[in-house]
Design a protein around this ligand. Structure first.
Ligand code: DGY
Length: 320
């Protein structure tokens, strides 16, 4: 009998084909809906390998329901959806997909920054709804990106890739990170700043830090109050890094000017979420890494990780 791989989303055949010789591949077949928790709990009972995406909660209960499991291959760079402590206790390997999504996620982050600064979402929606009745001198006026100051919180690979893009817009780049990036400071002129200074001086604040107990709620009412009234806040890392209630209040009361959000605390975000009622919020459905090439590369890394574990090799992107 072949070992069983359970995949929590429908994937293109070309992506899973390399697994078929050695594994029985079982897959959730709906494109539009996530696998229900009850189904997942049943499926993992027989699974030797589990392929997950960013919204699948791989908690202790799920791991307990999966007695044969050898690997959880998470198709994302972030792995905050996985209880890594519980996985480690059981010697279950956990892998992620870093590197291949850096440039694509940086593109999206910068696109979201531009779209929010220049109110593209609002403007397009009005046009489509027949509300473009005349050219107005102050209509849809936004914030200039060129020459502005960008503050990046979390200067990992994606942060650096965003910062490099900002150079093309003649932006001053401040960053805040656990460790200094001395080489990038010298090579590109990026400036390290303490968090409060970054918040006070940046015209655009982007969070790109991983979601951990230390970064949960990192941006709250105090931090939003430190930002400029004209500031644009961008989040393309994880929703939980921001206190969404505080963000809603700050956007509604004019504490900051606008926000671009690719991520939310609960995903998919409910359509009646207060943040979605605000015109100064540009919202996207967590599409940072969504280019054809990148998603296929992420799938390829997951396939490789599963093959590595079952063929006795150390997987390249092991996090546990
Ligand atoms: C990641 O890789 O962590 C993204 O958020 C999912 O595309």
């Amino acid at each position: 009998m072949k070992p069983i791989v359970y995949i929590t989303r429908k994937l293109p055949e070309e992506a899973v084909a390399p697994l078929r010789d050695q594994f029985e591949v079982r897959m959730w077949e709906s494109e539009s809906e996530a696998v229900p928790r009850s189904v997942l709990l049943e499926e993992v009972a027989d699974a030797d390998a589990l392929w997950t995406v960013v919204t699948d909660a791989v908690d202790r209960d799920l791991l307990t329901a999966a007695p044969k499991l050898k690997i959880v291959a998470n198709m994302a760079v972030g792995y905050n959806n996985i209880d890594t402590v519980a996985a480690k206790e059981r010697d279950i390997v956990v892998t992620n997909t870093p590197g291949v999504l850096t440039e694509t996620t940086a593109d999206l982050t910068f696109a979201l920054l531009l779209a929010t600064a220049r109110r593209l979402g609002e403007a397009e929606q009005d046009l489509r709804e027949g509300k473009w009745t005349s050219w107005t001198p102050m209509g849809y006026t936004g914030m200039d990106v060129g020459g502005a100051t960008l503050g990046i919180i979390g200067m990992g690979r994606i942060g650096e890739a965003v910062a490099r893009r900002a150079r093309g817009f003649d932006m001053r780049v401040l960053y805040h990170n656990r460790s200094r990036k001395k080489e990038a400071e010298v090579q590109f002129g990026f400036e390290y700043a303490e968090l409060d200074k970054l918040l006070q001086e940046a015209d655009f604040v982007i969070t790109l830090a991983p979601f951990t107990p230390e970064t949960a709620g990192l941006i709250g009412a105090r931090e939003l109050a430190l930002m400029k009234k004209t500031a644009v806040f961008i989040n393309s890392s994880r929703g939980g890094i921001v206190d969404e209630t505080a963000l809603y209040e700050a956007l509604k009361n004019g504490t900051i000017w606008a926000a671009g959000l690719d991520v939310f605390e609960t995903e998919p975000v409910p359509v009646d979420h207060p943040l979605l009622s605000l015109p100064n919020v540009t919202a996207l459905p967590h599409i940072g890494s969504a280019s054809v090439k990148t998603r296929l590369a992420m799938m390829n890394l997951n396939v490789q990780a599963i093959l590595d574990v079952f063929e006795g090799r150390e997987p390249q992107n092991r996090v546990v």
